[in-house]
Write a protein that binds this ligand. Structure first.
Ligand code: SAH
Ligand code: SF4
Length: 348
């Protein structure tokens, strides 16, 4: 039998577990402090717990749901990518990016992805399974411990690694809540950004929950034929449903929404593409993030040259649609979504 992963418990779950072990409820605070403030990685590290409880924790729970199997540091020294495997052998990646004062971690929510976006390395490998909330949290704790050794702290989390977070909604949001908890890790909700391929019902649910967490939507095309050819899920949730859901999100939450746009040479980087995008999002409180495509094995499209990317961004900004070009960080360590795991996974 596989032991429960300690990071899968919320506070109530931990209280219940402790009560089945006849332990007082206040121990939950000491465990929470140890896990999420002091970043302990094994029961032996708690000096303030009785030894019988430490034994119970080590014999009846697991502290490692993910095993790091590869670690790559980009030549700029500012990007670190780790490939983990789950206890049942599936790949999970997370990437730490340092810019200025920011320490941003990109985390995964699924092993693989079922959405099949044609240019995405994760999409190309197919879907293995959802990660549990604890496996999502553990990626963060792993890097928080690394940073802690350098006397640094994590400042931002982007849920943009492997998988579609809104296809694993409950576990993803449970992980965000656990990391947001003021009695524990205490990372502010506004420090999180969740990126979705555009699952309309979940965008609606997310809007209704009125969270402070930032939302990004992977747009990549402003007409249905092109978007469907890149992102198959567009056939189920076309732009006529997606864009109104995004507008509604902005209205309900009062928050700005981001759109992601991977620039693919001669496919979605022409002046007419920028015009179409301008019309699509006109009047919406939004921001466009463009990034030249990161080349992946099974997709023949090319990255847009930086000069063309600049023209694309300029055209949008001139039309008063705020647009920023993102750098391709860590391209030498395959820091694009799913690209490291792809090396270890048989392509279907
Ligand atoms: N599944 C979610 C989040 C993970 S992907 C989503 O699709 O939004 C994170 C972002 O990386 C998405 O915007 C996705 O479209 C983009 N992406 C995937 N493969 C890429 C590639 N090869 N080059 C550039 N961006 C890519
Ligand atoms: Fe999945 Fe996002 Fe990759 Fe599409 S881009 S296959 S939704 S991880």
């Amino acid at each position: 039998m596989v032991l429960p992963l300690i990071y899968d418990f919320d506070r109530d779950g931990m209280k219940d577990l402790l009560s089945t072990w006849n332990q007082p409820a206040f121990r939950v605070n000491q465990i929470w402090d140890g896990l999420y403030r002091n970043l302990k990685s094994s029961p032996s590290e708690w000096s303030n717990l009785p030894s019988n409880l430490k034994t119970l924790l080590s014999e009846r729970t697991r502290f490692e749901g993910l095993t790091p199997v590869d670690k790559l540091q980009a030549s700029d020294g500012q990007t670190v990518k780790v490939l983990f495997t789950t206890n049942d052998g599936h790949p999970v990646e997370a990437v730490l990016m340092k810019y200025d004062q920011r320490r941003t971690l990109c985390i995964s929510t699924q092993a693989g992805c079922a959405m099949g976006c044609v240019f995405c390395a994760t999409g190309q490998m197919g879907f293995f399974r959802n990660l549990t909330s604890g496996e999502i949290v553990e990626q963060v704790l792993y890097f928080a411990r690394l940073l802690n050794m350098e006397h640094e702290v994590l400042t931002n989390i982007v849920v943009m690694g492997m998988g579609e977070p809104f296809n694993n909604y409950d576990n993803t949001l449970a992980a965000v809540d656990r990391l947001n908890d003021q009695r524990g890790f205490n990372l502010g909700a506004r420090r999180f950004t969740i990126s979705t391929v555009g699952l309309v019902p979940m965008i609606q649910q997310f809007a209704a929950e009125k969270r402070q967490v930032n939302l990004a939507v992977s747009l990549h095309a402003a007409n249905d034929p092109l978007r469907s050819s890149l992102l198959p899920i567009n056939k189920k949730y076309p732009l006529t449903e997606l864009i109104p859901a995004c507008r509604e999100y902005v209205e309900i939450t009062g928050r700005r929404i981001s759109f992601e746009w991977a620039l693919i040479r001669d496919i979605n980087d022409r002046p007419q593409d920028a015009s179409e995008l301008t019309e699509l999002v006109r009047g919406m409180n939004c921001h466009i993030n463009v990034i030249p495509l990161n080349p992946t094995g099974a997709y023949t499209g090319n990255a847009t040259a930086i000069s063309r990317a600049q023209e694309f961004a300029d055209q949008l900004n001139t039309a008063r649609i705020p647009c920023t070009i993102r750098l391709r960080r860590g391209i030498d360590i395959q820091a694009g979504c799913g690209q490291l795991a792809g090396k270890y996974t048989k392509m279907p």
